[in-house]
Design a protein around this ligand. Structure first.
Ligand SMILES: [Zn+2]
Length: 91
């Protein structure tokens, strides 16, 4: 996860919501082909086989990527960690 740039982490975070390239581009204010380039690099850096695998990783590692203190998905992740006594994933 530390291999990723700030921007790539941001793209990865949004990728976990299941958004398509066009939605991601709109969300991040960048061109669709830039989104594709980011995702390709993320998939490569994280040693995944596809954007789908990267998206799954994004969901699992959400709490590592997200910096929104009011995020409800983060709260859900923290509750899960308390129940199981372990963080979902450490990288
Ligand atoms: Zn969050």
């Amino acid at each position: 996860m530390n291999l990723l740039t700030e921007r790539e982490r941001e793209v990865l975070l949004h990728l976990g919501t299941g958004a398509g390239n066009r939605e991601l581009a709109g969300e991040l204010g960048i061109a669709e082909r830039t989104v594709k380039a980011h995702i390709q690099r993320i998939v490569m850096k994280l040693d995944q086989n596809s954007r789908l695998e990267a998206a799954v990783l994004s969901v699992l590692a959400h709490h590592l990527l997200c910096s929104d203190p009011h995020c409800t998905r983060c709260a859900a992740g923290a509750a899960h960690a308390r129940r199981t006594g372990a963080p979902l994933l450490t990288m």
